[in-house]
Design a protein around this ligand. Sequence first.
Ligand code: NAD
Ligand code: TDX
Length: 336
Amino acid sequence: MKVLVTGGAGFIGSNYIYYMLKKYQEYKIVCLDLLTYAGNLSTLRPIMNHPNFSFVKGDISDRQFVNDLFEKEQFDYVVNFAAESHVDRSIKDPDIFLKTNIIGTQVLMEAARTHGIVRYHQVSTDEVYGDLPLDRPDLFFTETTPIHTSSPYSASKASADLLIQAYNRTFNLPITISRCSNNYGPYHFPEKLIPLMISRALNDQSLPVYGQGDNVRDWLYVEDHCAAIDLILHNGTDGEVYNIGGHNERTNLEVVKTILKELNKPESLITFVEDRAGHDRRYAIDPAKVGGELGWKPETSFEKGIKETIQWYVDNQKWWEEIINGNYQDYYQAMY
Ligand code: NAD
Ligand code: TDX
């Protein structure tokens, strides 16, 4: 089997490639990544010479390029992680989100339709459902929760999901979609909450918490997400959406305090800053479908996962320092 993994130089895509190479010794994995600010080849360095792995630099929204790649490689599976993924950037500069997340997805599906494929899997997000109130802990996102997006990022991901469902219905393209909650773990780009707070705390810098820090996210260790995608790719039902989450809700302030405690740093580093525009209050996934139909359940508790993640950032300081000292720094200065 030959699998195209797009966005594999990013956070979840790279973890997925490591997961797949370990699990399926007979699979060929081709990573297609544009290496935007968020893509980092050093993440894939240990497998660059792996006999079952190859890397191609390119843009998923480049029709000719993608078509030529499909023609040459004859993929069995496509797993699309490639995206502009940061909500704050989508508020500042939405255009690229439409190009990559919507057009890029359509270009991949067109190529899959033209060349034939066993399955196209879209890595989507719980953000397509909007948010839940803070005072209704009994409510969860299910696969039938209406799409109700808040940010240009989530609207672009929802648009892609709708296009994929249209390609399934109209062209019989074999697809599945997964909508996962917030991931954390190794190789997470240090603009997102958990790696940002760990890297800044290690440097004794202030930790910018939006609003009052009471927004709630449902955190899942990245390897558990990878395992769920693998199950859906191979055993999921054509045309179906699967929610993925581990019932692990925390306020942002709780997460930041956990990181500070683990690193033995003072809570005085916390700085409350202006809230994110349109800030979603609470995400919470009901994972009953993927659990019931495919037998998936998360393996890593938050207590274990966050400890290991913090240790990874302590042990791999060079990885994130290179990012922070590079182009990312200009963006970071403009934001705060
Ligand atoms: P990331 O930003 O870390 O990685 C995105 C990768 O896509 C990067 O390597 C980047 O270079 C690449 N890319 C961007 N534009 C491209 C283009 N035009 N062509 C080819 N490659 C391109 O993102 P992530 O956090 O790993 O998220 C991966 C996917 O999972 C995204 O689709 C995101 O919407 C989804 N998702 C993320 C989370 C989360 O918590 N991080 C949760 C649910 C779903
Ligand atoms: O500096 C910060 N301070 C802060 O309080 C940052 C970067 C974030 N936050 C808050 C905003 C959110 O409530 O922390 C929470 C998490 O923020 P992000 O890490 O930006 O993630 P989120 O907006 O929840 O989106 C993430 O989960 C869903 C991913 O980035 C998306 O790609 C995924 O689809």
